[in-house]
Design a protein around this ligand. Sequence first.
Ligand SMILES: [Zn+2]
Length: 348
Amino acid sequence: MSQLMDAIVKPTAGPGLELRRVPVPVPKAGEVLIKIHKTAICGTDVHIFNWDPWAAKHIKHPPMTIGHEYVGEIAEIGPDVEGLRVGERVSGEGHITCHRCRNCRSGNIQWCKDTMSVGVDRDGAFAEYVCIPATNVIKISEDLDEDVVAFFDAFGNATHTALMFPLVGEDVLITGAGPIGIIAAGICRYAGARRVIITDINDDRLVLASKMGVDYAVNTMREDLNEIMAKAGITEGFDVGLEMSGSEAGLKQMIVSMRNGGKISLLGIGNKPFNMNMNEIIDRGLTLQGIYGRRMDNWHQMAYMVQGGLDLHPVITHRFHYTDFEKGFAAMNSGKSGKVILDWTTKK
Ligand SMILES: [Zn+2]
């Protein structure tokens, strides 16, 4: 008879999540069991909660435990694992890669052709325990605040997107002030950009972005981006663009606001195909780079940026006990939240 634990489960192919008692996973060879301290809710989890077309396509085997942003400690080590010990504070890389394909063999695990995602393709971390391969375990320094480490996975996406192109002395446009856009704004500031301007159509999110030190948080429903650029002394267009909105209007505005030769990282996933004029990209010599996941060395960069003074606390807007997860998802669905943290360190 296996031990049981609390877990936030997608019970069936449809909307909603349930707190259930499920078996504690047992680490197999090469795996590690992690006791969860804190988790953070990602946009992906909201898709799964709401059961939109993305979730219906990607969640193939309910019932399953969801969640992939977390921090905790090693509770048990499976056979054939070296270099880790019980009690160490850890997080985990959520993309489990094959280690065999051409990209994996060349260190580009973010482009693995056979990626499995924790909390999507296999049981996730919104539970008292999660089991992952030891190669995905990330040791976390004791001086880092667990509320911030809880969303290092999202911070990793922001880091990979923001640092794709050089930022020192550059003018950056970020379209989309969701949590990852706001975190990316903080990274751009930290990494030496001259001007950081973020756009959205949601004032609550723009207020959060302002707390992260952007020069201008622009509501494009009311404000003219060209006027803001003139105020900011941006005369030839933005050098770097980070597309975080997944909206056609956002990307189109970015493309016409770049300087010739500008570079764009694309992270926002569109909910439908875009109707684009390719000539605007070609004529102006723009570079567009699709972003997926993160590089493993981003985990070190993240820890070091926080230790170096990048404060991500402004992006945290809500904290709940895990049994109140529905309040957390309601906050995320309200469009007024930044990161929502769930606490698993106490029983209620
Ligand atoms: Zn691979």
